[in-house]
Design a protein around this ligand. Structure first.
Ligand code: SIN
Ligand code: FE2
Length: 218
């Protein structure tokens, strides 16, 4: 894969880095210089693999709508959680990972101390007001050696960054349009989730929050 680092020049802004754990960080506004390009790329991805509702193995319908891009996409249904090369909706491969996603994720990971992050999977979560994500661990990836890079766009969210058991207390972190979270290493398997999104209007995205999560899954 050729990773064009063109975009990383002007991503070397002095981002406001907040450390939330030993190897967990919030990079405030890190995606802002690329917001327009991110949204254009997102439109292109969602034109090929639209957002859809998914069911958990326990039979609940998730309140966020999901899609994916990259070599591997994440899905859930009554049979379980999995990564696959094919979008079950179209029976075609997931759309390719946009260059701007790769470049931004690579730069954000490097800023947080994780060199050489090349994601092969990108999950897109869209939250309307009221939608949420229950506490969970990201553990369907083959290895946990790479971090999770998570880009927030649109309406703000209160992100829960917990411990290594579901019952452990969670920090509540406000995430805004353009913020990027990175967690990995000793913090890679922390439980995390999103509180119900509050009603509101975002200038670019209207009544929704979009989260783009990049992982090394395969
Ligand atoms: C996720 O954990 O997959 C989503 C996190 C978020 O929406 O910020
Ligand atoms: Fe997650």
């Amino acid at each position: 894969m050729s990773l064009d680092l063109f975009a990383e020049q002007d991503l070397q802004q002095p981002a406001r880095v907040e450390r939330i754990s030993e190897q967990g960080f919030v990079l405030r506004g890190f995606a802002l210089p690329r917001a327009r390009a991110l949204l254009d790329a997102l439109d292109c991805v969602l034109g090929q693999s639209p957002l859809r509702r998914m069911q958990t193995p326990g039979g609940f319908t998730m309140s966020a709508r999901l899609s994916s891009c990259g070599d591997l996409g994440w899905t859930t249904d009554r049979e379980g959680y999995r990564y696959s090369h094919v979008d079950p909706l179209s029976a075609r491969p997931w759309p390719p990972m946009p260059e701007v996603f790769l470049a931004l994720a690579h730069a954000a990971a490097a800023t947080a101390g994780f060199a050489d992050f090349i994601p092969d999977a990108c999950l897109i979560n869209a939250y309307a007001p009221g939608a949420k994500m229950s506490l969970h661990q990201d553990k369907n990836e083959r290895s946990y050696s790479a971090p999770i890079v998570s880009i927030s766009l649109g309406l703000p969210a209160i992100f829960q960054f917990g411990g290594f058991e579901r019952s452990a207390p969670a920090q509540r972190i406000s995430l805004f349009h353009g913020d990027i979270m990175v967690w990995g290493g000793v913090d890679r398997l922390r439980f995390h989730g999103v509180m119900p999104i509050k009603p509101g209007q975002h200038d670019l995205l209207g009544e929704q929050r979009i989260n783009i999560t990049l992982r090394q899954a395969g």
